[in-house]
Design a protein around this ligand. Structure first.
Ligand code: ADP
Ligand code: MG
Length: 399
């Protein structure tokens, strides 16, 4: 199933130098890390290698310094947070190759951990310059990639290093790939996909890929409006990409041909203004939306029917909220369906995988995230995987 090497195949690492690509692109405020989830994700990999006696050099990018040093994007800022999560002392090295790194390797004891500087300070990182990869690799014995979230980029430390050093997937990468494989690679059927969010245009490739992969495609959010409009429904003032009507029709036709049932809402929650609990808030059939109203959520009857669809499924993959969930009560459909999926997952009836920045926030808001089989925080990489693309960072591990 998984044709990449994991840490199980790494052998004795005592005294060896392991370059570990992690995700330290952390949310910061006033110089302090505000959310250490990404450090926690890679802590098992880092500690496993360190406890095996490896000298661990962490590689990561931060922000978009565009190939030049920038004091406000130095990874020195994350050292305290990394130390807190790992519970170990961690060195900072203001380089990623060359004599300073070599000296660090010399003084690090087996099990020692260092964070190297922001890889994107070097233009060769994003250019995937093989010379940079070789220079970084010169100080190490092996490469471990634990940053699925950066795997959609072919950069020197996400892809290039895998060609010049023995390469392994870290534990977080392994967990992500295993979960994604279970959800779309080789899933138990029937499979349902929920695709929501604001716009069809941002997820065209996702929709196009999924209709050929899943048995039920549940479309919600603003993008449902585009599909409804394409079918001749008057969606009033709703967010809607009228120019994509033909595209929406093509997707519906492709789904039909592939035997994929597309579910669009038949009742919706509408309002005359986009505000919390606005005046004139009402639920109606999709054919009853007035010219001055906008659709802001899927209606309760449709949600009940969708929950029944999930009951017939064995696998669920979810990206995108069903409504404008940040503004109450337009979170109701997302929360209700998330809770149904969570309950089915708890019962062991459903494998549920979700990803996407707003999706993860919405599932947390619903109190459902903890019950999902797997939640991907990978953003862009998760979406590219949902588009059926081969991720270069993953492919490089599959030699
Ligand atoms: P993700 O980050 O999980 O990939 P998206 O960014 O694609 O999700 O979509 C989330 C956004 O879609 C949210 O900001 C939400 O308010 C918006 N949205 C969902 N439904 C609607 C709607 N009916 N009208 C306007 N915006 C909507
Ligand atoms: Mg988003």
């Amino acid at each position: 199933m998984t044709d990449f090497r994991t840490l199980d195949a790494v052998g004795d690492v005592h005294g060896k130098v392991a370059l570990v690509r992690v995700d330290l692109n952390l949310p910061m405020q006033d110089g302090a890390v505000t959310d250490d989830t990404r450090i926690k994700a890679s802590a098992p990999t880092i500690l496993e290698l360190a406890d095996g006696g490896a000298k661990v050099l962490l590689l990561a990018h931060f922000g978009r310094p565009k190939g030049a040093r920038s004091s406000v994007m130095s990874l020195s800022m994350v050292i305290d947070a990394v130390q807190d999560v790992l519970g170990r002392e961690v060195m900072f090295v203001p380089e990623i190759y060359g004599p300073v790194v070599e000296q660090t390797v010399g003084i690090l004891p087996p099990g020692g951990i260092a964070v190297l500087e922001n890889t994107r300070f070097w233009p060769g990182e994003e250019a995937n310059d093989p010379e940079l990869a070789k220079a970084i690799a010169a100080n190490a014995d092996l490469f471990v990639n634990d940053a699925f979230s950066a795997a959609h980029r072919a950069h020197a430390t996400t892809e290039g290093l895998a060609h010049v050093l023995p390469a392994f997937a870290g534990r977080a990468m392994e967990a992500e790939l295993t979960a994604l494989q279970k959800a779309l690679g080789n899933p138990e059927r029937p499979v349902a996909a929920v695709v929501g969010g604001a716009k069809v245009s941002s997820k065209l490739d996702v929709l196009t890929h999924l209709v050929g992969q899943v048995d039920h495609l549940i479309i919600g959010g603003g993008m449902a409006n585009t599909f409804l409009a394409a079918r001749g429904v008057d969606v009033g003032k709703s967010l809607c990409e009228h120019d994509l009507a033909a595209t929406a029709d093509q997707i519906l036709a492709a789904a039909d041909k592939a035997g994929c049932t597309v579910h669009l809402p038949y009742d919706v929650v509408v309002a005359k203004e986009f505000a919390a609990n606005p005046a004139g808030l009402r639920t109606c059939n999709v054919h009853e939306v007035a010219a001055d109203e906008m659709i802001l959520d899927v209606g309760p009857q449709a949600v009940e029917a969708l929950a029944d669809v999930l009951k017939t499924c064995r696998t669920l993959v979810w990206n995108g909220p069903l409504g404008a969930f940040e503004t109450p009560p337009f979170d109701a459909a997302t929360v209700a369906l998330a809770q149904s999926a969570a309950a089915l997952t708890r019962e062991g009836a459903l494998v549920s995988v979700a990803g996407g920045g707003d999706t993860v926030a919405a599932l947390n808001q619903a109190g459902a995230a903890g019950d999902f089989s797997y939640i991907s925080t990978a953003g862009g990489a998760f979406l590219e995987w949902m588009e059926g693309r081969e991720l270069p960072g993953v492919k490089a591990l599959q030699r």
